[in-house]
Design a protein around this ligand. Structure first.
Ligand SMILES: C[S@@+](CC[C@H](N)C(=O)[O-])C[C@H]1O[C@@H](n2cnc3c(N)ncnc32)[C@H](O)[C@@H]1O
Length: 335
């Protein structure tokens, strides 16, 4: 396996300077997919003009947003300011959704700071013309904690709807076989157990997802340099459940481009944006790599191997390298 990872690209100024000349988008610009399917914008999720230009006359069936959580891994702002900022991009999203649509938002709760911003975001959403439908918890396989607290293993995914949106139930089935029997019920005069009555041999994901591995450097889908990458399995589940082929999906916080890649694989169209030209470039490169080689990421290599001299490691911070930290470890730290 290659051992050529990048450091966190939002923080390492040396590496950023080397990469920026190789990014095809500058702030305010939009990449249009030559195949006519997707768009990637180096745009601000909360900027009305940016989002209006991106959308043109299109409306989306689904938005899957994964904003910075206002926790330690990201820039921490005053909570009111953060929620006002969220309100802005939520309003812009809703303005560009179909009358029947779904909105999914990943968010965290800071256990060291009154669980902000999750409850504050939920309360803000009560003013919005969308109804809450579920609160999903994704359980990470690896966790972080000490002897004095429960290990932090969860990530939250809020699900809101308006109108009568798509919900493809097949997407909910996991690869996990049913192992429990019981729930006997009489059907046509004979006793049946739950396994006989249900359509699938496998269990449904439900609103606690235990079957998704968080991304780490050994996985093919890993995109090093990205500190908050979501597993494609989780995004595939959302996209498959809440949209149909050819539908338009929005993601206003592209980063490694997971939603873009999921949409490509599942034949949906995706419009995605990120304020950082480096992450926009990574998202585009990830799509191009998938199209040419069928790979989901770079494992422990990286997206700029063609332009970055391996000696870059000597000028970058040591601790950012090697076994790249997962987002969860950065988010919660060792307490
Ligand atoms: C948590 S990451 C998203 C991770 C993504 N779901 C993935 O799987 O790679 C958040 C991203 O939002 C971007 N971002 C922060 N503020 C933004 C804004 N106002 N508009 C657009 N993108 C923003 C950051 O640059 C970062 O790449």
């Amino acid at each position: 396996m290659k051992n050529n990872p990048l450091p966190r690209l939002d923080q390492n100024t040396d590496v950023r300077e080397k990469l920026l000349p190789h990014c095809r988008l500058s702030y305010g610009e939009i990449w249009e997919d030559p195949k006519g399917e997707h768009k990637v914008g180096c745009l601000d999720a909360a900027n009305d003009d940016h989002i209006t230009t991106l959308m043109g006359n299109d409306f989306a069936h689904l938005a899957v947003h994964d904003p910075p959580y206002n926790l330690v891994a990201f820039e921490e702002r005053n909570l009111n300011e953060y929620i006002q900022w969220c309100q802005k991009w939520v309003e812009l999203t809703i303005a560009h959704l179909n009358k029947d649509a779904s909105l999914y938002v990943w968010l965290g709760a800071d256990q060291r700071n009154e669980f902000q911003p999750l409850p504050d975001f939920m309360i803000m959403m009560r003013q919005m013309p969308m109804k809450p439908r579920s609160l999903i918890t994704m359980r990470n396989q690896r966790g972080f904690g000490t002897q004095k607290n429960w290990m932090a293993v969860r990530q939250e995914l809020l699900y809101y709807v308006r109108g009568n949106p798509t919900f493809n139930i097949e997407a909910e089935y996991t690869d996990i076989p049913k192992i429990l029997r019981g729930y006997y019920k009489e059907v046509n005069g004979s006793m049946t157990e739950n396994g006989q009555r249900s359509k699938s041999e496998n269990i449904r994901a439900g609103n606690v997802w235990v079957d998704v591995q968080q991304v780490f450097y050994r996985m093919e889908e890993n995109v090093s340099g990205c500190y908050a990458q979501k597993p494609i399995k989780a995004i595939d589940r959302v996209v498959s459940a809440a949209s149909n082929k050819r539908d338009l999906v929005l993601d206003f916080f592209a980063h490694s481009g997971t939603t873009l890649l999921s949409c490509e694989r599942l034949s949906r169209r995706c419009f995605t944006v990120d304020t950082d030209p480096i992450y926009c470039e990574i998202a585009i490169r990830r799509l191009e790599r998938f199209r040419s080689l069928g790979h989901l990421g770079w494992q422990n290599g990286h997206p700029f191997e063609d332009v970055l001299d391996p000696s870059y490691t000597t000028c970058a911070e040591e601790e950012s390298f090697g076994q790249q930290q997962s987002a969860q470890s950065i988010l919660f730290g060792e307490q």
